[in-house]
Design a binder for this molecule. Structure first.
Ligand SMILES: N[C@@H](CCC(=O)N[C@@H](CS)C(=O)NCC(=O)O)C(=O)O
Length: 231
């Protein structure tokens, strides 16, 4: 850590979704105090001028780090970048050894560029699209299955993705948490299932996924307003 605890403050701009949970789980694992800043993406708060001024991507999660009194705070979007930033800042959940570090980054990028977008589109076409388009539903479901198969083969060889438990596991867990929504049965992927249940037993992981539980009833992804703001 590079600053004194009194000067330091994190604000997590958050909604209880897979990409949001990745950061709440990591912050809970690290034990870093943070202020939760709910952003109701179903009512369009991600498009408010205030939010966009901080996070040009108009999506959660976003992180603000007040790290020194005399320096302007850092604002970051993109969950993978946020995980990496926190892991480097605290020197935790990112392997030091070159081989494992690159494997960790490889799986982190695999999640943000592969599993996340494919599972996200699967949720969209299964649950939110008003028109049920069989081709799109099948396409993203098949992509999810291919990604789970890749994960399965890796987890048959090693307990975690890259050496010890790391931000790669946390990033992937954020999406596997929603396996029912992308209609993947964990019984078909035994190594993924055992990795998943092992991680879900961790107290910090449980806390991370509990963050924002009170917000869930405030978000309706199927309202016409949500469709207008999100899709
Ligand atoms: N690549 C981004 C994706 C973030 C993302 O898609 N966030 C969703 C919630 S999981 C969101 O804020 N959507 C609001 C919108 O699209 O308007 C990341 O990994 O942070």
């Amino acid at each position: 850590m590079n600053t004194s605890a009194e000067e330091e403050e994190f604000e997590l701009y958050f909604w209880p979704t897979p990409n949001g949970y990745k950061v709440s789980v990591l912050l809970e694992e690290i034990g870093a105090p943070y202020r939760l800043m709910p952003v109701n993406i179903t009512t369009g708060e991600q498009h408010s001028p205030d939010f966009v001024a901080k996070f040009a991507n108009r999506k959660i999660p976003g992180l603000i780090h007040h790290y020194a009194q005399e320096s302007p705070p850092r604002a970051l979007f993109e969950s993978g970048a946020i995980l990496l930033y926190l892991a480097e800042w605290f020197g935790r959940f990112l392997p030091d050894a070159v081989e494992e570090r690159w494997r960790c980054l490889q799986w982190l990028f695999w999640q943000v560029g592969g599993l996340g977008p494919m599972a996200g589109q699967s949720h969209h076409f299964n649950l939110y699209a008003q028109e049920k388009i069989e081709y799109a539903i099948d396409r993203y479901h098949n992509e999810c299955l291919k990604h789970y198969q890749v994960l399965e083969l890796q987890l048959q060889k090693s307990a975690f993705l890259a050496g010890d438990y790391s931000i790669a596991d946390i990033a992937i867990l954020g999406w596997v948490f929603r396996h029912e929504r992308h209609q993947v049965h964990l019984e078909d992927f035994p190594a993924v299932a055992s990795w998943y249940h092992g991680l879900m037993d961790r107290a910090a992981v449980k806390r991370g996924f509990e963050i924002g539980a009170d917000l869930i009833p405030l978000g309706n992804f199927n309202s016409s307003l949500a469709r207008e703001q999100l899709f």
